[in-house]
Write a protein that binds this ligand. Structure first.
Ligand code: 5GP
Length: 193
């Protein structure tokens, strides 16, 4: 194959507070050729989160049934909750000729790349650790959950070299532009996988 397969999963990984959720929303608004993968989770919805749009919120029992039925292309336990990527939508979008945007944790990105080796993985970095702490505390004060997320962020940041690309998210519009540039470059890449 001369060129890389044209339609691929694009997975964004970032520590909580790096601005990934807002970034995904902007990217999807500005880039019609990318479709969102809506994950399934056992976490309780936050205010303003919509079932079927932000996540599919399901019980632990139902999640277990989905695992047993082989409905996930990857799933992981993150901060004591379960999260998974439904297989059907992802393959459907790829087969229809779209790229698919996924917002996953580190383990999920690794698992997805094993399943779909043409996945493009992008690590989103916060402007600084201080800024990350400020954003998380603003969201949820310095709760046990926030402390857990900060510790996990420090560990995740050390793994940046395992990704195809890394972007410092200090300006949302520029970050969207960079991701679009990466997608175009990947579409034009010579050589198959
Ligand atoms: P949050 O609870 O803040 O929405 O997400 C917590 C973490 O779970 C984030 O790092 C997010 O990227 C990750 N996550 C969301 N959906 C999935 C998924 O389907 N699979 C995996 N492995 N991680 C996910």
């Amino acid at each position: 194959m001369l060129c890389k397969e044209k339609h691929f999963p694009v997975v964004l990984v970032a520590p909580s507070g790096a601005g990934k959720t807002t970034l995904c929303k902007h990217l999807l608004m500005k880039t019609p050729k990318i479709k969102p993968s809506v994950s399934v989770t056992t976490r309780k919805p936050r205010p303003n989160e919509v079932h079927g749009k932000d996540y599919y919120f399901i019980s632990k029992d139902t999640f277990q049934e989905w695992i047993e039925a082989g409905k996930f292309c990857e799933w992981a336990e993150v901060y004591d909750n379960l999260y998974g990527t439904p297989k059907e939508k992802l393959t459907g979008y790829l087969n229809q000729g779209s790229h698919v945007l996924l917002d996953l944790d580190y383990q999920g990105a690794k698992a997805l790349k094993r399943e779909y080796p043409n996945t493009v993985s992008i690590f989103i970095l916060p402007p600084s650790m201080d800024e990350l702490t400020k954003r998380l505390v603003k969201r949820d004060k310095l709760s046990t959950e926030t402390k857990k997320r900060l510790n996990s962020a420090k560990k995740e940041l050390a793994k940046v070299k395992e990704f195809d690309y890394a972007i410092i998210n200090d300006d949302i519009d520029k970050t969207v532009e960079k991701i679009n540039a990466i997608i175009i470059a990947e579409e034009c890449k010579v050589g198959g996988l």
